[in-house]
Design a binder for this molecule. Structure first.
Ligand SMILES: Nc1nc2c(ncn2[C@@H]2O[C@H](COP(=O)(O)OP(=O)(O)OP(=O)(O)O)[C@@H](O)[C@H]2O)c(=O)[nH]1
Ligand SMILES: Nc1ncnc2c1ncn2[C@@H]1O[C@H](COP(=O)(O)OP(=O)(O)OP(=O)(O)O)[C@@H](O)[C@H]1O
Length: 592
């Protein structure tokens, strides 16, 4: 019998065991919209994809991130009145929206969150998305995505308010007054990220891989990790509702999302969001390939096979008296299959890990015994066994891999490893995001930064925390020993012991309405950066993080934004209009 019955059948919500769909529905099930629930859920917590009951809810709503047909923003006065709860003009549909959210996520009953809902409702009243849906719906969907991850009230409230500064005339002061500086900082942080993202789209940063890598690191460096989380939720909902935008805009968003936001979600360990973002980008960027693969997968994806295999393996391990920590399974995402086919020049039927199961055991010996059990249960596919336990990969990755033929005559990849090996594969140098990002040029990526933000987000979000418990499996949980944004001395996540911080810094240069992310050695000065500017002349005035520059020898820090302002103002005035002064509590990568 398993010592601790922690069997976690990780089933995607659209592979619910209890509710088989007719074949016609399968194609839709493969669409990312249907992957709406957070994370790969454990069997015990398997739930249907949440869908909020909105006035105009439909499965494939077509909203735009900044819908041109929105009416002009309501006055800040009304928004403030809404914050104070004085406004009696709320509609039935808003009440239905809140009720729908509350029925899915208890956190929408929280006082702060309800207050934020009413403030967002007042601020966005009358505003519509390109699809014709109320703008408020986007705010609630964004907040709901955060709630699904298990984020706390401040993050969910900030998710509701995330567009009130840019699009509805609320200012930092009034949000801070009503909700506290914590929520206001988050809203401001999301707004800054949105501005940078807009500049990046205008500068086509996504098409330059190195620069896209750097920009992601800057995102992590300049904002509270939780602001990045909110921005990701905002982007995920915008990507789900992209259809009503013109093709050129859809592709622009999709390109940026694929190069910047999906890898960011991967780095933060939010794999379900990463997969949804990638699949949506795939659909908009390569519609023909998407359709083709989607129809091929009709034959390949087997919804019940993984659950059946897990049950069979579970029983066999129990009969053998083997203790296991967990058994989980997953279907490879469409985009992951497409990328693997392209990367390795393979046909669909040469991808052996479309269906996969992973067993985590107590010790190495049990791994090998489990392998025997597996090979007794199913015939193995020759040439597909890999012993990374006795021969670890150069990055330290350890696991046994085998591919067997399931009862359904489909290949099933089975990975077998110990808890320690798994932690190394999730958090260590062999972490999955590094393994993936390692395929790209990632010279300037600051791994310590990613690890730090990833762990902060993990602690902040209940469901991620459950999936990724204490990183080393021993010692105190960092949740109790670290205070954001610094590590305690004994924190196992702290890379400070493993890395010297002599690496480069990343700063943003804004000139001629273009943005570039520049990598400079530590202790570089403004003057050093100016040497890289194509348009620098003495007539220009300079601003660093929204402040006028008086000293060109001032040292730059990670995440600094330097703006070159021409003597004849450009058509949009300051490039950083709407960009809020960057707070000083940026994540410290350098000890300086
Ligand atoms: N975290 C982590 N996972 C890894 C690493 N290397 C491999 N994996 C996992 O192991 C799976 C299969 O790796 P391999 O058995 O080496 O197979 P492959 O190179 O994908 O080739 P195929 O046999 O065609 O599947 C990957 O899909 C990952 O899930 C690693 O360095 N880190
Ligand atoms: N056999 C498996 N069982 C359970 N989970 C798996 C299995 N294989 C991969 N995973 C997990 O599924 C997620 C998505 O992996 P995905 O298959 O897209 O990429 P990958 O594992 O890196 O494969 P590849 O590099 O071969 O494309 C990752 O978190 C990965 O750890």
């Amino acid at each position: 019998m398993p010592a601790a019955v922690t069997c976690s059948v990780k089933c995607r919500p659209h592979y619910r065991l209890s509710a088989p769909q007719p074949p016609a529905a399968l194609a839709l099930e493969l669409l990312p919209r249907a992957q709406a629930a957070a994370g790969e859920l454990r069997a015990t917590r398997c739930r249907t994809p949440p869908s909020l009951s909105f006035a105009r809810a439909s499965d494939h709503q077509a909203d735009s991130p900044r819908a041109p047909c929105r009416s002009s923003p309501p006055s800040a006065r009304r928004a403030r009145a809404g914050v104070a709860g004085e406004d009696a003009g709320r509609s039935d549909s808003a009440a239905a929206l809140l009720g729908g959210a509350q029925s899915l996520h208890a956190i929408f009953r929280d006082e702060l969150v309800r207050k934020a809902f009413y403030a967002a409702e007042a601020a966005h009243r009358g505003q519509m998305r390109a699809s014709g849906d109320p703008y408020l719906q986007h705010c609630v969907e964004t907040a709901a995505l955060l709630a699904e991850l298990g984020a706390g009230p401040s993050v969910v409230a900030a998710g509701l308010l995330h567009d009130t500064v840019d699009d509805a005339g609320l200012d930092y002061g009034s949000i801070s007054e009503q909700f506290g500086a914590g929520v206001a900082d988050l809203v401001k942080g999301v707004s800054n990220l949105s501005h940078l993202s807009k500049l990046a789209r205008r500068s086509n940063t996504a098409s330059r891989t190195d620069e896209a890598d750097r920009l992601r690191t800057v995102f992590l460096a300049m904002e509270d990790a939780r602001a990045v989380l909110i921005k990701l939720a905002d982007r995920l909902h915008n990507m789900r509702t992209l259809d009503s935008l013109p093709k050129i805009k859809r592709q622009c968003f999709a390109k940026e999302t694929l190069e910047i936001f999906a890898p960011l979600a991967n780095q933060l360990g939010i794999l379900n969001w990463k997969e949804q973002l990638e699949n949506l980008c795939f659909k908009h960027l390569y519609p023909e390939q998407y359709e083709e693969l989607s129809s091929n997968l009709h034959q390949f994806y087997n919804r019940d096979m993984i659950a059946a295999a897990i049950r069979r393996l579970e029983q066999a391990l129990q009969v053998s008296g083997l203790s296991y920590r967990s058994i989980s399974g997953r279907h490879k995402s469409m985009y992951s299959i497409y990328s693997k086919m392209a990367r390795k020049k393979l046909e669909m039927d040469e991808i052996y890990d479309v269906h996969g199961v992973r067993v985590i055991l107590e010790n190495k010996a049990d791994c090998f015994t489990t392998l025997e059990v597996v090979h007794h249960l199913w015939p193995r596919i020759p040439g597909k066994f890999k012993d990374y336990v006795n021969s670890p990969k150069p990055n330290g990755y350890q696991s046994l891999h085998t591919v067997v033929l399931s009862e359904e005559s489909l290949p099933l990849e089975i990975q077998i490893r110990t808890g320690d090996m798994h932690l190394q594969a999730e958090f260590g140098i062999a972490a999955h995001w590094r393994y993936k990002e390692g395929l790209r040029s990632c010279s300037s990526c600051a791994p310590e930064m990613v690890e730090w933000v990833r762990c902060v987000v993990t602690w902040q979000c209940e469901s991620l925390h459950i999936d990724h418990p204490s990183p080393l499996g021993v010692g105190p949980s960092p949740r109790t020993t670290c205070t954001f944004p610094s590590h305690s001395d004994d924190c196992p996540f702290s890379y400070s012991k493993q890395y010297d911080h002599s690496g480069p810094i990343l700063v943003i240069l804004l000139e001629n309405e273009k943005m570039s992310v520049q990598e400079l050695p530590q202790k570089s000065k403004i003057l050093d950066l100016l040497k890289r500017a194509s348009s620098y002349d003495i007539q220009l005035s300079l601003r660093l993080n929204c402040h006028a520059v008086h000293n060109l020898n001032q040292e730059l820090k990670m995440g600094d934004v330097l703006e070159l302002i021409p003597s004849t103002p450009c058509k949009s005035g300051s490039y950083m209009r709407g960009f809020h002064q960057i707070s000083d509590h940026r994540l410290a990568v350098s000890p300086s």
